[in-house]
Ligand binder design. Structure first.
Ligand code: GDP
Length: 457
């Protein structure tokens, strides 16, 4: 393996900084058992069994009363000897234990970011998609993100990729045989079968690559921006969703002067809702800045909610707000139905948007549930997520490289290019898939991934 692995024993505090009931120091490497013995003044540590003891530094000073568990290699997180010391969650104590380890063992050093998981990967305990999933499980902000990352941690992406890889290997073997034995009568059949495998692999890779868009929404949340004329009811809608007065509601137009963010979960899915400043022709002052920020929020959003005052005829401001929604998945919130419905279907049609319309009363909380469900539907997440999702841009890029290489292979075959060139493109696709799971990795890719982890993971 090309990436760095110095075989020293590493150690780090694995629980978050701050005070708590317990704090855990994790150790991994060949000197784990001698370190435990020296810290606890005891010889025997039965595998995978919690023991209670007193922890001492090199001078014999008592540092803590703690529990320790020892996992001998290879049945551990990293594949090396590992121990966890569960002490009191006091940063002073935990750093004293860290210092004691450094003093007691010359072959030990503090771990770098993500180094435990990196060693797990380098020792074959997990592939690269699973290692990335560890970070995603830790950072997931909604249950649907937890589900997706746990499925990836369970090897779902790796399994899908290895099935495709095995078909690609069969295809290249077929092509190679046709190159080596060109006169054999089975040649045409073998090549036809190989090309069929290339095509099926290409469409599976494409589907997996396309799942990235939904995977990103699951992971980061659906960015949803409300736009509309001043007084249409955006702040009231935000408050109705929040269930408390998050935004100022005022019947003086232009009361919302910056972009408010309200993240919440609906049906297990994170939605990040933004309330923009009402669109008005104001060129200066705080409100103008708010307007610019609003347009930026619209640009970066996944879904736009166009809030209209259904009790009034459309205004130039409504048309201007609708123009902001062009080309973006949009839902129209037809607000203030408690005051009657004066906006007609014909007028809505003239806005020129192909968007579902949900009738609501932000004031009375009516229709809000349907509006949220429509947002999930527009995002493709209303039915939950059953299929395998890609959540990392790195994985998506590897899939795109593989798909492009297969496209070249198939085109080359159609154009009658010699089999060895077709086979070379198929091999390029294979190598992109190997780098996805980390079996053919370049050291820089690996290091970039693990740098994103924090220490102790
Ligand atoms: P914004 O400028 O788009 O954020 O609009 P606001 O939420 O500040 O609302 C403007 C005015 O419309 C306030 O007086 C609200 O009480 C009123 N309003 C908002 N939604 C409704 C609604 O559903 N029904 C009624 N009757 N009034 C509403």
């Amino acid at each position: 393996m090309q990436t760095s692995y110095d075989h020293m024993t590493i150690y780090a505090v694995s629980t978050p900084p701050g005070r708590g009931g317990i704090g855990v120091v994790r150790i991994s490497g060949g000197d784990t058992l001698p370190i435990l013995r020296a810290l606890f003044h005891r010889d025997a540590f039965a595998p995978r069994t919690m023991v209670y003891g007193k922890v001492f530094d090199a001078t014999g000073r008592l540092l803590d009363e703690a529990m320790a568990v020892y996992f001998p290699a290879p049945h551990s997180y990293t594949g090396e000897d590992v121990a966890e010391i569960h002490g009191h969650g006091n940063p002073t104590i935990l750093s004293a234990i860290m210092d004691a380890i450094g003093t007691l063992c010359k072959n030990a050093r503090p771990a770098d970011n993500g180094e435990f998981t990196k060693r797990a990967f380098l020792n074959g305990k997990m592939d690269l998609t699973e290692a990335e999933a560890v970070m995603e499980v830790i950072s997931a902000r909604s249950m649907s993100a937890v589900d997706a990352s746990l499925r990836q941690l369970g090897g779902e992406v790796g399994t899908a990729i290895s099935a495709i890889r095995s078909d690609l290997m069969d295809a290249t073997a077929g092509l190679e045989a046709a190159i080596d034995y060109p006169e054999e009568e089975w040649e045409d059949e073998a090549v036809t079968a190989a090309v069929a495998l290339l095509k099926s692999a290409q469409s599976r890779i494409e589907a997996l690559g396309l799942s990235y868009e939904r995977g990103r929404l699951v992971k980061e949340g659906i960015g949803c921006t409300m736009v509309g004329a001043p007084n249409a009811g955006k702040s009231s809608l935000l408050n109705a969703i929040a269930g408390f007065p998050r935004a100022i509601v005022d019947d003086t137009p232009g009361t919302t002067r910056d972009v408010l963010e309200y993240p919440f979960t609906y049906m297990g899915q994170l939605i990040r809702l933004y309330d923009t400043a009402g669109r008005r022709d104001v060129k200066t002052g705080a409100e103008a800045i708010g307007l610019q920020m609003g347009e930026a929020a619209v640009h970066e959003s996944d879904i736009i909610i166009l809030v209209l005052d259904g009790a009034e005829p459309l205004t130039a401001e409504d048309y201007a707000a609708a123009r902001l929604c062009m080309g973006k998945p949009t839902v129209i919130a037809y607000n203030k139905v408690d005051l009657g419905r004066s906006l007609t279907r014909g007028e809505l049609y003239r806005l020129g948007l192909d968007a579902p319309v949900v009738e609501i009363s932000a004031k009375e909380g009516e229709g809000v549930e349907e509006l949220l469900f429509t947002i999930l539907t527009l995002s493709g997440l209303a039915d939950g997520v059953e299929d395998t999702l890609i959540t990392s841009a790195r994985q998506r890029d590897c899939l795109m490289r593989a798909k492009d290489a297969l496209g070249r292979a198939i085109d080359a075959h159609t154009a009658g290019v010699p089999f060895d060139l077709v086979s070379q493109d198929a091999m390029d696709a294979l190598s992109a898939l190997y780098s996805l799971t980390g079996e053919d990795p370049r050291a820089d890719v690996i290091d970039t991934i693990f740098k994103k982890f924090c220490v102790g993971k």
